[in-house]
Every structure is written in structure tokens, then in C-alpha cells.
Design a protein around this ligand. Structure first.
Ligand SMILES: *Cc1c(COP(=O)(O)O)cnc(C)c1O
Length: 350
């Protein structure tokens, strides 16, 4: 069955944006060398280096789990550990892949429940033990924006990286929604990454409008040594690599990456603005990117589902709504209207 009604359960429900699609079509002409030896992969890598204003090493993989896991594995020995937030995707949604691909580097959940790490939390866990029986802290991974849609500002990022440098920790950024964070802060990709001390970035393409694919950027080329072998061994070296890399050329050259992020963020704000005053519906987190999390009674959730809306409640029991490059403002308004009718009408006894 093909569902025609747009849903906001996940930003992965959206299709491929026109700019990515056009580049795919263009790349789908003739023959070019395989395994990344093609002009598209060179062009896409160069486009990233231009966008970030630095000579970073760029790799293309199929998905975010692979990007994060392989990037973290490259920064760790098996006896090292990786500090993350409790709700970090690497901790809760990657099926142990970071530990698997690093041959056992343990994830350490930092104290403090929020989706953001703080210098204090990093310090607390990194200095809690120094004996040989504990996996040696080596990397900090942060998600930008976080899984609950908050954005670290530049000052926070600089403070985190200063703490990392002081403690001898590397800093990795899970940027599955990197474009949304850039649009939210209005800063340059460089400011949010290498200039702030981030050493490795996983730049999400899928949620930004690609069919499939994430880019991994190493700002210190030395850290990328043999990373191509790591990708190949993990089953992440695409033989027809041009179809992973080409869409990025259209996205980056046209600015679609940032426009898509800004549009999705605007849709999230549009929903939040319309439901803020509703009785019995509470915004669980500040809306800083493309996510809206709503606390509401189970009966209200039920009624929303009854009206055909799909959403997940896996983080803190709230209803999550995620917006994408193609989210339609009228459909956002429809969701807000349905929610208003449910909580203010007689439909549900609250
Ligand atoms: C979606 C997402 C990923 C990537 O997930 P895959 O399903 O493996 O592509 C990584 N990190 C975060 C925070 C995400 O939301």
C-alpha cells in the first residue's frame, strides 16, 4: 500500500530531494571507474573541502551506524572507551556496532540525564578511574543536533573541545542532522567543527535529502590512516561509489543541504508555535532543530493515532515529530489542528 499522506514520524520517511536526484541522474551516464576512483567521488570530496575550507579527508559510507562506528573505531584501541550521552544514537540505536567495529571499545555513558554532554560530565567520567582495570577513556562523541533536537552553540563546543584536549580525549561529532544544526546556528560548517576543535565529523546525507549515504570527514588527515581498509572490511566500500558520492555534489554546490535543513527547522518551529498554548500538551525540549517532542496523555496520543498520525514515543514517552526537506507547511498545520481539536474538543476526556 502506498501512503500518500505525509507523516512526521521520522525525517527518514521523506524521499530524495531534487538536487540529489539530478546529480544521481547525471552520474548515471556512461561508465566510470569503480570503488571511488571516479570523477564524481573526487568532485564530492573537493566540494566538502571547499565547504569546510580545509584539506580534510572524506569517505562515503551507506549509513550513519557505519559512519559513527567506523569513525570511533579509527580513534580507539580495543581497550579504550568512548564517552557519550545517555540518549546518544551510538548508545541506544546502533545495536552495539561501535563496540563491534572497534573490537570492544566500551561506550561510557556520562552522568547527567540530558542529551547534551557538558565539560563537567566529561571530566567526571574521564577522571573517575585511572587504574588498569577500567577501559581507558579516549574519545568523546557528541550528537549535533542532539537526538532530542538541541543544538550545542559554538561556545559550548569550544568548551567541550578544550576539556577534551586537556584530558587527552579526541572529539567526534555525530552529525546525522548536521545541516539542521548549521541552519539553526547560522554559522559556517568550519566554525562548528574543526575551528571549534572537532576532529572527526559524520555528516548525515540521508536525513538531509539523499537516498542513502553519509560522509565521514577527518580534519586531521593522520587520523584517517588506513580508514579506506576499515570501510572495505566493514562492507562499506560501494563498488558503484559514484551513486553515494554524486548526490553530494548537487547538494553542496547548490546550497540545498543548508536550505533543506532550514526548511525542516522552520516546520518544527511552525508546529511548536501552534501547540504551545494547548492544555495538557507540553513541549519536552526547546525546539532548536527539526524535532518536536510533545508530552501528552496516552488518550491524546491514541486519538492522534486514530486520526491517522504516525509517531514514535521511544524517547521519554513523548510523541516525537521530525520534519524533513519536503515537509509541507499545510500538513504541519493539519497536525496542529488535529491536536487542538482533540485536546479542546469533547473527543477525549482528559
Ligand atoms: C539517524 C541517525 C543516525 C544514523 O542512523 P542509520 O539508521 O544508521 O543511518 C545516527 N545518529 C543519529 C543521531 C541519528 O538520528
Amino acid at each position: 500500500m502506498i501512503e500518500n499522506q505525509q507523516q512526521f514520524a521520522s525525517d527518514n520517511y521523506a524521499g530524495i530531494c531534487p538536487e540529489a536526484w539530478a546529480s544521481m541522474a547525471e552520474a548515471n551516464q556512461g561508465h566510470v571507474p569503480a570503488y571511488g576512483e571516479d570523477p564524481w567521488t573526487t568532485r564530492a570530496s573537493d566540494a566538502f573541502r571547499r565547504l569546510f575550507g580545509t584539506a580534510c579527508e572524506v569517505f562515503f559510507v551507506f549509513n550513519g551506524t557505519a559512519a559513527n562506528s567506523l569513525a570511533l573505531a579509527a580513534l580507539c584501541q580495543s581497550y579504550h572507551s568512548v564517552i557519550c550521552a545517555a540518549v546518544a544514537h551510538v548508545e541506544t540505536d546502533e545495536c552495539g556496532a561501535p563496540e563491534f567495529f572497534s573490537n570492544g571499545s566500551k561506550l561510557l555513558v556520562a552522568p547527567g540525564g540530558g542529551s547534551k554532554l557538558t565539560p563537567a560530565a566529561i571530566r567526571a567520567i574521564a577522571t573517575s578511574r585511572s587504574d588498569i582495570h577500567y577501559p581507558k577513556p579516549r574519545v568523546v562523541t557528541i550528537t549535533q543536533p542532539t537526538e532530542t533536537g538541541q543544538v550545542y552553540d559554538l561556545e559550548e563546543l569550544r568548551a567541550l573541545s578544550a576539556t577534551c584536549r586537556e584530558l587527552g580525549l579526541r572529539l567526534h561529532m555525530d552529525g546525522a542532522r548536521f545541516a539542521n544544526a548549521c541552519a539553526s546556528l547560522g554559522c559556517s560548517p568550519a566554525e562548528m567543527t574543526w575551528q571549534a576543535g572537532v576532529e572527526v565529523l559524520c555528516f548525515g546525507g540521508t536525513k538531509n535529502g539523499l537516498a542513502v549515504g553519509e560522509a565521514i570527514l577527518f580534519f586531521d588527515p593522520a587520523l584517517a590512516e588506513d580508514f579506506d581498509y576499515r570501510c572495505k572490511q566493514a562492507g562499506q566500500l560501494a563498488s558503484k561509489m559514484r551513486f553515494l558520492s554524486a548526490p553530494w555534489t548537487g547538494m553542496l554546490d547548490s546550497g540545498a543541504w543548508l536550505r533543506n535543513g532550514a526548511h525542516a527547522n522552520a516546520c518544527a518551529r511552525r508546529l511548536a508555535a501552534q501547540i504551545e498554548d494547548l492544555p495538557g500538551v507540553t513541549l519536552m525540549f526547546p525546539v532548536q532543530a527539526n524535532a518536536v517532542f510533545l508530552q501528552m496523555a496516552p488518550a491524546v496520543q491514541e486519538a492522534l493515532r486514530g486520526r491517522g498520525w504516525r509517531f514514535y514515543t521511544f524517547i521519554g514517552g513523548g510523541a516525537r515529530f521530525m520534519f524533513a526537506w519536503d515537509s509541507r507547511p499545510d500538513r504541519v498545520d493539519e497536525l496542529a489542528r488535529d491536536l487542538r481539536e482533540i485536546v479542546t474538543g469533547a473527543a477525549v476526556p482528559l
